[in-house]
Design a protein around this ligand. Structure first.
Ligand SMILES: [Mg+2]
Length: 276
């Protein structure tokens, strides 16, 4: 219906070139899927603290929650792994997840509020400009691909001041498997607009698990070293492009949008960061 029709938003484009003669600048056609923790924001350990509180309340145990590596894992996967580690039955653990989540969300809201006041929860450098640039580009659709259950992702994004920019998402509430979440995210994008095929998808994340999820849907893996993993780790994991962070907004945008979602012309491993 309104496929290639005039898009009022296209006038906000901040990265497109050309655009004279009253025509839209270009049809980029890129589906961009963002991870949340370590990629868009830091929550200062709010998730870990909230989950510990909730696990103790609902399961009377939290397993090795203090030392466990959360990075790149999904919320249900984290719970199952933590409690399996102390001998709990995975089927029993899963059965009580619907009871756990509301307790977790209440604790998360409180923990995030505290971290925001302490300056520990925040959007990562360059994220605001990057999202604004993507939102202002015709043919770009923004989604989430996160291990957070959906309302936890919302709480974290709101706490960090990154909100209302994503049209759809795949979440930890959809599956324990990040790769499956990636497939679900693409299905949802296609349900919204049939143009979005896997070949034009970019996954942006901060861990080798994000690279793996990108591979699962034949997407490009554009990684950023603002989480636990270094540029070297991410390159070794098979990332197509790695940035130190998103401060060089124009370079990141041209990497994401250049070539209609195919191989980038710039920003090789090590990205645009200083000395890279
Ligand atoms: Mg992450």
């Amino acid at each position: 219906m309104d496929k290639a029709a005039v898009d009022p938003d296209s006038t906000r484009s901040s990265v497109s070139s050309g655009g004279g003669n009253g025509r839209p600048a270009r049809e980029v056609g890129v589906l961009v899927l963002f991870d949340v923790d370590g990629t868009l924001l830091l929550s200062g350990g709010a998730g870990r603290s909230a989950l510990k509180t909730a696990l103790e309340a609902v399961y009377s145990a939290a397993g090795p929650v203090e030392s466990y590596d959360f990075h790149g894992k999904t919320d249900p996967q984290i719970v199952v792994e933590l409690l399996s580690a102390i001998g709990r039955n995975p089927a029993d653990i899963r059965e009580r997840l619907p009871t756990l989540w509301p307790v977790y969300l209440a604790a998360l809201k409180e923990e995030l509020g505290r971290r925001v006041r302490e300056g520990l929860a925040m959007a990562l450098p360059g994220v605001g400009d990057l999202l604004a640039g993507l939102e202002g580009t015709r043919g770009v659709s923004l989604g989430l691909l996160t291990g957070n259950i959906a309302p936890a992702a919302e709480l974290k994004l709101a706490a960090a001041g990154v909100e209302a920019r994503f049209e759809f998402g795949g979440y930890g509430s959809d599956s324990e498997s990040r790769n499956e979440i990636a497939r679900i995210a693409v299905e949802r994008a296609r349900a919204l607009d049939g143009r979005w095929g896997e070949a034009h998808t970019v996954v942006i994340g901060d861990t080798p698990r994000d690279v793996e999820a990108a591979r699962a849907i034949s997407a490009r893996a554009v990684m950023v070293a603002t989480g636990r993993h270094s540029t070297g780790d991410l390159a070794a994991a098979g990332a197509d492009v790695v940035f130190e962070d998103f401060r060089e907004t124009e370079a990141v945008l041209s990497c994401l949008l250049g070539g209609n979602g195919s191989a980038p012309g710039a920003g090789a491993s090590g990205g645009e960061g200083p000395g890279a």
